[in-house]
Design a protein around this ligand. Structure first.
Ligand code: TRH
Length: 395
């Protein structure tokens, strides 16, 4: 298929249009998770020369183990990855398109260099994902720099046509469906994680949540739900809570333990591309933040979102906005059940009844998860929209 950039004048295409993405890691993995995924896709699918500036290479390496945490410059996954030093090199030539991820504030010298370019770079602030309605009105709003002849464009990911869309690789569904069509693929995933394939009658659940997640409420709810449950927990702070629940000192990746009809498995934290296999291998996925949240939707499996907590419980409004969109077309009882569990999980409420309500409606929730993913995928993905927007700005 012809790249959307084919209409850009020859010299640009020949020298592969250069994009810079700046990522400052606030906490957790989402900032770099989103930027790394976007960078790879812009390079692989849109033929762009992408340079990713990240200030915390150690965090990046957890998502990309083949990278070198000590290298100031390295090419990984077709992307030119640079360490973003506190003292930024003023000699860096700005790219034609500049993404400031999550309002991370570009280096002052780089801004001056952008203003000094013969042709002003396209400056884009990539915002956090939200399902709230106001996003549509803010998408593509601009803000002139107070002193320099530069204009910043606000680009909002989102769930509707009037937003910037969601990150989704071109071949994602084909890879997912091939994985789901072949039982050996998920068996191989479990074996690679150090385990035998799950018992066929077990409800498999993946649990990726913030440390304040009420694991000591959730695991007993699984253990008491009357069905065999396998709960897979990637390496992280939740493993300590799980060990406490299991009456153990520790629970390390590769280890598993039983509590009644609940089997808890500790998984290694895997490279970002491999995380999808966990989501595809489970019946329900507890996810968090932004990137895992979107991946769980593409996995076309029921999900429970542990939203990034904000002051004054602002995040609960964001949760509701998503649950309202997600419940469109879902049978009322099933919609109420998944919303109730999501709220109880985010509010730290008792989970037994909300969980039971979801488990009995799993078939309806599973069917809806496929419809939801297909509906979202009818719209162009975020990387394509960004590439098209930049092309239009540059023409
Ligand atoms: O880590 P997060 O909580 O990131 C958060 C959110 O993005 C939040 O919006 C933002 O405000 C905050 O950071 C600063 O959750 P998220 O977004 O799901 O990112 C996790 C990343 O980790 C995602 O790219 C998937 C990846 N991952 C792996 O690569 N391997 C693994 O084994 C697991 C469990 C996750």
């Amino acid at each position: 298929m012809q790249s959307p950039l084919s209409s850009i004048p020859r010299d640009h295409a020949a020298s592969r249009l250069r994009w810079d993405i700046f990522c400052a890691v606030i906490d957790n993995f989402g900032d770099i998770g989103v930027c790394w995924r976007l960078a790879r896709q812009l390079a692989a699918e849109h033929g762009l020369a992408v340079r990713l500036w990240v200030d915390d290479l150690a965090r990046f390496v957890q998502l990309c183990p083949q990278a070198d945490p000590l290298a100031d410059a390295q090419t990984v996954g077709g992307v030119d990855v640079r360490r973003w030093h506190a003292t930024f090199d003023a000699g860096v030539e700005p790219a034609a398109v500049v993404i400031e991820a999550f309002a991370c504030e570009l280096p002052a010298s780089y801004l001056v260099a952008m203003a000094g370019r013969a042709r002003q770079p396209v400056w884009i602030n990539l915002e956090y994902l939200s399902a709230e309605a106001w996003v549509e009105d803010c998408h593509l709003m601009t803000s002139p720099h107070p002193r320099l002849p530069l204009v910043k464009h606000f680009f909002f990911p989102g769930f509707t046509p009037r937003t910037g869309g969601l990150l989704r690789e071109r071949d994602l569904f084909a890879r997912r469906d091939a994985f789901l069509a072949d039982r050996r693929a998920s068996d191989a995933f479990w074996r690679a994680s150090g385990f035998a394939p799950p018992p066929p009658d077990a409800v498999c659940v993946s649990l990726f949540a913030y440390r304040h997640g009420d694991v000591l409420g959730l695991l007993p709810a699984f253990a008491g739900c009357g069905r065999p449950v396998l709960c897979a927990i990637p390496d992280g702070p939740l493993l300590d809570e799980a060990a406490r629940f299991l009456g153990r000192d520790t629970l390390r990746p590769g280890e598993e333990a039983m509590a009644g009809n609940l089997r808890v498995r500790a998984l290694p934290f895997v490279a970002q591309p491999d995380y999808d296999a966990l989501l595809w291998s489970c019946d329900i996925n507890f996810v968090r933040g932004e990137d895992s949240f979107v991946r769980a939707q593409w996995a076309a499996r029921p999900l429970v979102w542990h939203i990034y907590p904000q002051a004054q419980d602002v995040h609960l409004g964001k949760l509701d906005a998503f649950m309202t969109r997600y419940a469109e077309g879902l049978d009322g009882e099933a919609g109420a059940a998944i919303r109730r569990l999501a709220h109880a999980w985010n509010a730290g409420d008792v989970l037994d009844a909300p969980l039971a309500g979801v488990l009995v409606r799993l078939p309806a929730l599973q069917a809806h998860a496929s419809v939801w993913a297909a509906r979202l995928a009818e719209r162009p993905d975020l990387a394509t929209r960004l590439a098209e927007f930049a092309r239009d700005q540059l023409e």
